[in-house]
Design a protein around this ligand. Structure first.
Ligand code: 13P
Length: 249
């Protein structure tokens, strides 16, 4: 880790309705979490109001998993940035690989969502990462360069990047600490090419993909790994708390 303040974010995906959300967050608030780590949870849309109530007096941030780029209109099934901020949501994930592979998200639409979210005052966790085919074809860095190029239109002060190699998501297969650090260093150098090196040096880059209590310390110990975006392990108070503690070391 580095001078950058660590951030551990939980992406709950399509898990936890209202009562499970309340129970999980009440459990998390009972944990004695380290003060030096920023923590954000991203429940499904319908659980956000309940989560906002439980977290109202806490320092744990609340995020959505996606957001639309328009403020209102005929966009069936979409949620606008203002609808989120009006609920007390301060963060949103954008461009997750499941949105890209299952729901047609592109670099361009992810960038539109992120820009609109920032304009509405939301902090953005922008996800990117290569597939297994792309890694095996030796094109990892070309893919990351293309995906990261849209970040240049965003406000780096309200941006967190999440490197999530698709082959490591939900598979139990984790990038090695060396692979993660190498990808993060590359992303930071790309960010430096358009934000400048001071701003890129302050940019937090999270690792996501089967991060668990057993591998968190090693991943988080790398110079360029500033935190984690946690899927499965964020659904359990004990494992999510253990990862948060590992980020404080
Ligand atoms: P897992 O931690 O379940 O692999 O999910 C990672 C992820 O997609 C977080 O956004």
């Amino acid at each position: 880790m580095s001078q950058r303040r660590p951030l551990i974010a939980g992406n709950w995906k399509m898990h936890n309705g209202v009562s499970a959300t309340t129970a999980l967050l009440e459990g998390l608030l009972e944990e004695n979490l380290p003060a030096g780590v920023d923590v954000v949870v991203c429940p499904p849309f319908t659980s956000l109001p309940a989560a906002a109530m439980v977290l109202s007096a806490s320092s744990i941030g609340l995020g959505a998993q996606n957001v639309h780029w328009e403020t209102k209109g005929a966009f069936t099934g979409e949620i606008s940035p203002d609808m989120l901020s009006g609920l007390g949501v301060g963060w949103t994930i954008v461009g997750h690989s499941e949105r890209r592979s299952l729901f047609g998200e592109t670099d361009e639409t992810a960038a539109m969502r992120a820009e609109a979210a920032q304009k509405a005052g939301l902090e953005v966790i922008f996800c990117l990462g290569e597939t297994l085919d792309e890694r095996e074809a030796g094109s990892t860095f070309d893919v990351l360069k293309r995906q990261a190029s849209v970040l240049k239109t965003l406000d780096p002060a309200h941006l967190v990047v999440a490197y999530e190699p698709v082959w490591a998501i939900g598979t139990g297969r984790t990038a090695s600490a060396e692979q993660a650090d190498e990808a993060h260093a590359f992303l930071r150098s790309e960010a430096a090419s358009f934000f400048g090196s001071d701003t890129a040096g302050a940019l937090r880059i999270l690792y996501g993909g089967s991060m668990k209590p057993g591998n968190a310390a090693e991943l988080l110990g790398r110079e360029n790994v500033d935190g984690g975006l946690i899927g499965g392990a964020s659904l359990d108070v004990g494992s999510f708390s253990a990862i948060i503690r590992a980020a404080a070391l």
